[in-house]
Design a binder for this molecule. Structure first.
Ligand code: GDD
Ligand code: MN
Length: 380
């Protein structure tokens, strides 16, 4: 019979810690309600021997030892492949993630949530287990992830290695993490509609030492870049900006050419502006919103031109107000106007011209009793 909950635990030279994890879990769950999967990359013989011993001793425990591979993220993905449960949890081996909390997490999932994330950063949570320097690094990583990826933005503790998902969230989905942060991988690529965050206190490590390193920070940046480029909703903004820059270059080039050919300045400006707008439309249609080209292109083109005209009007009003009203420098005023117009153009084109629907993910925060509070929703 398949286990109800699979707990995937990556281990690297953890020595006695895995046995403590098993003991805590077997105190919290009935033995036929869980399976414990260690994915181990240890190099030290003692750790390997201990894991093999636990596997022989307890039937709930399975161990995969990887000889020539390393990496926390890929280890967890291997664990997902082995997992047989309907709910799958990920947890560190060093007890910094309290195993008892899994009981509450499973209760929350049974209320219907697709993903349960213990959080250090909601009321009742505590990030006490890290040094001030690690806290600062961790904060920076979190903010970068939340800035870069929409689905990560809605969650308060997306860089943690502790969470529970329904099987369907990851089933049939190709996960390709780089480095440590497997949760952002699941949040961006996973298949889900609701998330609940549960407060918890990150514990100090009682044995062994952290494997976090500078190399992992670099891996994290590579991971973010890969996720942005693989995720249509996140890469759109960057493509839009890129197309915008290409438009400016095309405009300048054609303008210079026409002026060189003795065309009247006003006509050269008008023509190059129009050509740049057409080219921007073309590339936005083929690149930025490539996945949502519906119906006849002329419809989208007319909407695009209307949006751009209103954008120009917005820019004109703002720069006039700033220059005449509060005496800003005329170039600075234009930059502010352009930024506001760009945001306008992006949003209106997204929801009107290319008609992207808002995909809603609901994020709830648990208040520690049965009342759950709906705090944030993110649109995609
Ligand atoms: N299989 C495998 N391979 N496991 C690994 C590897 C690896 O290359 N590197 C680390 N691990 C295991 C460790 O044995 C431990 O169980 C877990 O991954 C986390 O490693 P730690 O070294 O204890 O990390 P940390 O405490 O500094 O950071 C943890 O907590 C942070 C806060 O939640 C990690 O989970 C971070 O991702 C998290 O941000
Ligand atoms: Mn740890």
């Amino acid at each position: 019979m398949s286990a109800i909950i699979s707990i995937v635990v990556p281990t690297y030279n953890e020595k006695e810690n895995p046995r403590r994890v098993y003991e805590a879990l077997s105190a919290a769950f009935n033995s036929h309600d869980f399976e414990l999967i260690f994915v181990d990359d240890s190099k030290d013989k003692e750790s390997i021997a201990i894991l093999n011993g636990i596997q022989e001793e307890f039937e709930e425990v399975r161990v995969l030892h990887r000889e020539n591979e390393k990496g926390l993220g890929t280890a967890v993905v291997r664990g997902f492949e082995m997992a047989q449960g309907d709910m799958i949890a990920v947890m560190d081996a060093d007890l910094q993630h309290p195993p008892e909390l899994l009981v509450e997490m499973v209760e929350q999932m049974k209320l219907g949530y697709d993903i349960v994330i213990p959080s250090r950063f909601v009321p009742g949570g505590d990030d006490g287990g890290l040094s001030p320097f690690r806290k600062f690094v961790s904060w920076t990583a979190r903010v970068m992830g939340q800035f870069a990826l929409k689905r990560v933005r809605a969650v308060s503790d997306p860089t943690s290695g502790f969470f529970l998902v329904k099987r369907k969230v990851i089933e049939g989905i190709e996960l390709r993490p780089i480095g440590w942060k497997i949760l952002i991988e699941v949040l961006v690529r996973g298949n889900y509609a609701t998330v609940i965050e549960v407060p918890y206190a990150f514990q100090p490590r009682i044995a062994g030492s952290s494997n976090m390193s500078m190399k992992e920070q670099w891996n994290y940046i590579k991971h973010l870049v890969r996720l942005i480029s693989d995720s249509p909703e996140d890469r759109r903004m960057y493509l839009f900006a890129l197309v915008g820059v290409s438009g400016v270059l095309i405009n300048l080039l054609i303008y210079a050419m026409f002026v060189h050919l003795h065309m009247a300045i006003w006509l050269a400006g008008f023509t190059s502006g129009t050509i740049a707008m057409i080219s921007n439309f073309y590339f936005n249609d083929r690149l930025t919103w490539n996945d949502s080209r519906q119906g006849f292109w002329l419809n989208r083109f007319i909407k695009y031109v209307l949006t751009s005209l209103i954008g120009i009007a917005i820019n004109t009003v703002i720069l006039s107000a700033l220059v005449y009203g509060v005496h800003f420098h005329y170039l600075f005023a234009n930059i502010i106007g352009i930024c506001v117009a760009m945001v306008w153009n992006f949003i209106v084109n997204n929801f009107w011209t290319w008609n992207m629907e808002k995909k809603k993910i609901e994020v709830t925060i648990s208040l520690g009793n049965s009342e759950n509070k709906n705090l944030e929703t993110s649109k995609g």
